[in-house]
Design a binder for this molecule. Structure first.
Ligand code: SF4
Length: 469
């Protein structure tokens, strides 16, 4: 459920004292409960049950996410689940299993349920050829009801500009993709060398031009701040080049340096990383530059042009936050396919096997490759709704919430009121009537506000999460 009005404050301010006071590790709330709460005791049978229940009544449309894990080179900052290889035969073996999983998953859902979103993420989805992606989509259309309404569907793909040319971009558009997302991170040559991702501005800008010529309705560029050797000046140049190419959306991800968890990051030297002050200055400058250039700050790391569907979704209440970040079509059940993919169907989250061995073993036995997940109870559903409203709209409307869930907010959240009142004293939020609104200073710290509603944090190892800024 989403609030009736969406008055997310237009500006974001960065109060260094407040940020230092609230600087801690915390979830990014792409789900609630977070993946840390997923349990091995959740089985494929549980998932099947949730899928069947989700078909009853006014069944939701579907969104399909495919994880294509292969990359031909390794970026040192990478925290994704990927397989670095140049061996295309591995891609063919994976595609074979993905097609089989499409059949297994498709059998669970009512054929009347429209698929409004398809997203290919990675890894590098363009490790697959256009022909392999065509084969995948043909299988999807055999087992799911793919929407053929071009204006009402989102078919998106993440691409590595180093792996595509104009023909491939046109080929993807010909398959029905209408959104494209380019990984860039930083154009500075020294930064690119330090993270082992050499990608010339000319090739990236050429791909953006080809995508526009091919008729993609939305082009996204991913950037990253906090990378080694990055400075305010160098990142400003990257940003200027990106803004010059006028993508519809820009994502600025925070590089979280966790070398103990992610082996590739051990190749990044601590002493090359920007200081926390420099990092905050880069972020501050980025938010100001993008908003001055006409982009709307959607939240966290996402910016969009006011006429992009992400901005429109924030206005009409259909914005949602999931494992791909901010997304439209809040009303869909999300089906995750491929290794480590996470689904959100009915009141559960489910996750596939993380590695190809486990995934292939189950798919080859014609069994769903679900390895863990969580069934939400009524309290989880309520708290998920609150966290989504705060993350997407910066607003919590208490009266509708009480009516929807049959609770009295003040007594149900009596133990959270202390934290909320401290946030108010510190200027992170304000009460407007009975509603709670995140202030410009609170937008940069919205995760902290959400953390007050997270009942699992007390028992979770904070080191499993990244720092807030
Ligand atoms: S950052 Fe992306 S392209 Fe680079 S290794 Fe990781 S998944 Fe592959």
């Amino acid at each position: 459920m989403t609030p009736k009005s969406y008055s997310m404050e237009a500006q974001t301010t960065f109060d260094w004292d407040l940020i230092q006071r609230y600087d801690t590790t915390g979830p990014r709330y792409t789900s609630y409960p977070t993946a840390v709460q997923f349990s091995d005791s959740f089985s494929a049978a549980d998932y099947r049950n949730h899928a069947l229940i989700s078909n009853s009544g006014a069944a939701k449309p579907l969104s399909l996410y495919f994880h294509i894990p292969f990359c031909s080179t390794l970026c040192f900052y990478c925290a994704c689940n990927k397989i670095v290889t140049k061996n295309k035969a591995k891609g063919e073996a994976y595609l074979h299993r993905l097609l089989a999983e499409v059949g297994l998953q498709g059998a669970l859902f009512d054929p009347g349920r429209r698929v409004q979103q398809v997203h290919l993420g990675g890894g590098t989805p363009t490790f697959f050829s256009v022909e392999q992606i065509r084969t995948l989509l043909e299988e999807v259309s055999r087992h799911f009801n793919l929407s053929d309404d071009e204006s009402g569907r989102d078919f998106s793909i993440e691409i590595d500009p180093r792996t595509v040319d104009s023909d491939i971009v046109h080929g993807l558009r010909g398959l029905g993709f209408n959104r494209i997302s380019l990984g860039v991170q930083d154009f500075d040559a020294d930064v690119q060398r330090a993270v082992h991702r050499i990608q010339s501005p000319a090739e990236t800008l050429g791909v953006i031009e080809a995508a526009r010529e091919a008729g993609f309705k939305s082009i996204n560029v991913d950037l990253m701040y906090g990378l080694p050797l990055q400075t305010q000046g160098s990142f400003h140049e990257t940003l200027a080049a990106v803004i010059g190419a006028a993508p519809d959306r820009v994502c600025i991800f925070n590089y979280a340096h966790l070398p103990r968890r992610f082996a590739p990051q051990r190749r990044i030297r601590d002493e090359d990383l920007p200081t926390p002050d420099e990092k905050l200055a880069i972020l501050q400058q980025t938010v100001a530059t993008l908003t001055d250039s006409g982009y709307r700050y959607i939240g966290m790391d996402h910016f969009a042009r006011p006429d992009d569907e992400l901005s429109r979704a924030q206005d009409d209440g259909s914005l949602y936050r999931n494992f791909q970040g901010y997304t439209t079509h809040a009303d869909c059940d999300l089906v995750g396919l491929g290794i480590s993919s996470i689904g959100r169907v009915g009141n559960c989250y489910s996750q596939n096997y993380h590695d190809t061995d486990g995934y292939y073993t189950y798919v080859d036995r014609h069994e769903l490759p679900v390895t863990r997940g969580v069934t939400l109870d009524a309290d989880d559903v309520l708290r998920r709704d609150i966290i989504n409203q705060l993350m997407c709209y910066g607003t919590l409307e208490i009266d509708p919430l009480e009516q929807r869930y049959g609770i009295s907010f003040d007594s149900y959240f009596a133990s959270e009121l202390g934290a909320l009142s401290q946030f108010e004293k510190d200027g992170l939020l304000r009460q407007q009537g009975r509603d709670i609104r995140v202030t410009p200073a609170g937008r940069a710290l919205v995760r902290n506000i959400c953390m007050a509603f997270d009942r699992y944090l007390k028992t979770t190892d904070g080191q499993r999460f990244s720092r807030l800024i």
